[in-house]
Design a protein around this ligand. Structure first.
Ligand code: GRG
Length: 273
């Protein structure tokens, strides 16, 4: 399997689906729809939707069964970036090589764009031909992953704890929630929509939790932040490698259908941006 061409094909599939799923920029009120499309379309690795589709296929489902949900996960990711860039949070002027949403459209539209992307994501999650019970579980996993016990909880800890008071425990708490939880939820959602059996679901949850943490540890390595600031590069690199290998091992019983997930774990470990 050639990972580079796999990623390209999957990014194209997801970008086309996002293009169709987002409200048109001419729809009233125009400013919010333009800002939503601006914040989602274009650059972006699409790692969360790609993981959802791969997890769905790893348990014998079709990628098309998870495509709406995959788009919803990317909208939620975009919402988190739009809000993270706001002056009250990280105050970033640029995102993905262009002015951040609030710089381009103003702060009020920036806040509302994040809200709108989050809300619209839940509408998308209801769109598919599955049993209502599967939908409910999917919505529950996403809401948990991004709520106060997940992404928002991690972000709160990140903004609330001063850098000088960050110890290993606090950094682990932040890393597992701020970015890890949405990545883990993406794998769970894919597995649920692929109608995973309980044992496969359990293995995929383990995989998702571990690569979610790897993703943030690698981010810390790239930014020389968080865990790296506390303990230096080498221990963080070794921990990320051990977690990625453990995640890959968890997939053993799923056989060749899980090969993309194995490669994605390696990609997350070795990524440079
Ligand atoms: C505002 C509720 C709320 C949460 C924000 C995710 C997050 C929490 C903040 C983002 C801060 C940040 C840049 C964290 C590092 C990890 C991360 C999410 C990187 C960006 O994700 P990628 O690499 O980005 O998947 P692309 O652009 O490829 O989609």
């Amino acid at each position: 399997m050639d990972l580079k061409s796999y990623l390209k094909r999957r990014q194209n599939l997801i970008n086309r689906a996002l293009e169709r799923a987002l409200p048109p920029s001419q729809a009233v009120p125009i400013s919010i729809h333009r800002a939503m499309r601006y914040s989602v379309l274009g650059e972006g690795k699409r790692i969360r939707p790609i993981l959802a589709l791969a997890a769905c296929e790893a348990v014998g489902g079709k990628a098309s069964d998870a495509l709406h949900a995959a788009c919803a996960l990317e909208l939620i990711h975009a919402y988190s970036l739009v809000h993270d860039d706001l002056p009250a949070m990280d105050d970033d002027d640029f995102r993905r090589g262009k002015p951040s949403c609030h710089k381009k459209f103003g702060e009020a539209i920036g806040i509302l764009t994040g809200d709108a992307l989050l809300t619209y994501a839940f509408e998308l999650l209801t769109r598919a031909n599955h049993d209502a019970s599967v939908h409910l579980k999917v919505i529950q996993e996403v809401a948990r992953g991004i709520g106060t016990e997940g992404m928002i909880g991690g972000q709160v800890a990140d903004v609330a704890i001063p850098n000088r008071r960050l110890n290993a425990q606090a950094i682990e708490f932040i890393n597992r929630r701020k970015t890890g939880a949405l990545i883990s939820a993406s794998v769970r959602v894919g597995a649920l929509l692929g109608r995973a059996k309980p044992e496969s679901y359990r293995l995929l949850c383990k995989y998702g939790d571990q690569i979610g943490l790897v993703f943030q540890l690698v981010d810390d390595l790239l930014d020389k932040d968080g865990a790296v600031r506390l303990s230096g590069k080498e221990p963080v690199r070794r921990r990320a490698e051990a977690l990625a290998h453990s995640a890959i091992s968890a997939l053993e019983p799923l056989g060749h259908r899980a090969e993309p997930l194995r490669q994605l774990a390696r990609f997350i470990l070795t990524r440079t941006s």
